[in-house]
Structure formats: structure tokens, C-alpha cells
Design a protein around this ligand. Structure first.
Ligand code: FE2
Length: 187
């Protein structure tokens, strides 16, 4: 059955030389406030949550990355290029980027280069407040995953390990549209 939340893309991107140090990038936003999805999961399991900070990539890095995507995708929407940064404290055994939906984008292409075995989880959420995990993946270095970030999702972090991800953000183009365009790529 086709997964409707995330898919590993059969492609690679050259990220060599892309600058990702948050200290020298413009901060785009910091998301910590617990959404209802995180509150619902806290009823089922105990965890502490860390903020997700996003930063705007330098123009030249963004241009070089975007140029590697098919033109027919760029004709639909030119994605934004951000760096996500999550810092997991060493003393918390169960630490997560808590379940949430992204407020500012609907679809993301994540390009992973510094993974530590973190698990990205997706959930369904019922009106009564019941949350249910429906799937997950563990990305490896070099992987590129497409995700529907309008659906509740979370990341189980590794204590003491910081996570930094390059992410291409589609503000308005739904997951299915991006998936169909990219699935036509030659393998
Ligand atoms: Fe997210």
C-alpha cells in the first residue's frame, strides 16, 4: 500500500559546501509551544520536548540546491531552503521534537547528512484527542525523504546528539503533487 505520509526519494543531491551553522544564519522561527498532538501523546507516554529552530540558508546555497530539482517541480513552486536544528540534552532519556503539524508549510523534502538513528513518526489524530502512530522511518546519511508535514509528525531524538537537517519547504504545494512529479525521476 502506498504510504500517504512520507516516502524515501530515489535521488541524491550534492550538498557539499552548503553552510549549515545556525550561529551565522538568519533565524526563521522557533517552535516549542506544545500543540494538541503533543499533549495527546503525553497522555500515552512520558517524554520531554525540545524546540525546533529553523534558519534560512544562504542564497547561493539555496540556489545551488534548488537547481538540482526537476524544472517541472520548480514550475509549480520554488521551495524555500531552511536548516533545522534540534539540540537534545544528554540527561533526558526520552526526548522528542513533540508531535506537531508545521504551520508555515505543507510539504518538505528533507536532506539528511548528520543522522544519529533518530526515528521520525507520523500520527493520525481523532477529534476526541486520540493519537495513533501510523508509520515511522529512520533516515540514514545521504537519504532524502519527502514528507507531508501537514500531518502530525514527531522526531524521537537521541540524548546528547544534536540533529541538523537541510529541508526544502513547499508552502502551498501538497505532498501528493510533489510526490507525483518526483516519482517520474529516472532511478
Ligand atoms: Fe515539523
Amino acid at each position: 500500500m502506498m504510504n500517504t505520509y512520507f516516502i524515501k526519494l530515489d535521488m541524491s543531491m550534492d550538498t557539499s559546501g552548503v553552510f549549515t551553522d545556525p550561529a551565522a544564519l538568519r533565524c526563521n522561527g522557533e517552535y516549542l509551544r506544545q500543540q494538541k498532538y503533543g499533549v495527546a501523546l503525553l497522555r500515552k507516554k512520558s517524554f520531554s520536548s525540545v524546540p525546533n529552530r529553523s534558519y534560512v540558508a544562504a542564497d547561493k546555497d539555496a540556489e545551488r540546491l534548488i537547481a538540482q530539482l526537476p524544472q517541472r517541480l520548480l514550475n509549480i513552486e520554488m521551495p524555500k531552503v531552511w536548516v533545522l536544528d534540534m539540540q537534545a540534552p544528554a540527561h533526558e532519556p526520552e526526548v522528542m521534537l513533540a508531535p506537531h503539524v508545521d504551520g508555515v508549510r505543507v510539504t518538505a523534502i528533507n536532506i539528511y547528512s548528520n543522522t544519529n538513528g533518530e526515528r521520525t513518526c507520523f500520527y493520525t489524530y481523532a477529534a476526541g484527542g486520540e493519537i495513533q502512530e501510523v508509520g515511522s522511518f529512520v533516515a540514514k546519511d545521504g537519504d532524502i525523504w519527502l514528507m507531508d508535514v501537514s500531518k502530525p509528525h514527531a522526531v524521537e531524538l537521541k540524548p546528547g546528539k544534536n540533529r541538523r537537517v537541510l529541508t526544502l519547504s513547499f508552502i502551498t504545494t501538497p505532498f501528493d503533487v510533489v510526490r507525483k512529479v518526483l516519482s517520474c525521476l529516472p532511478s
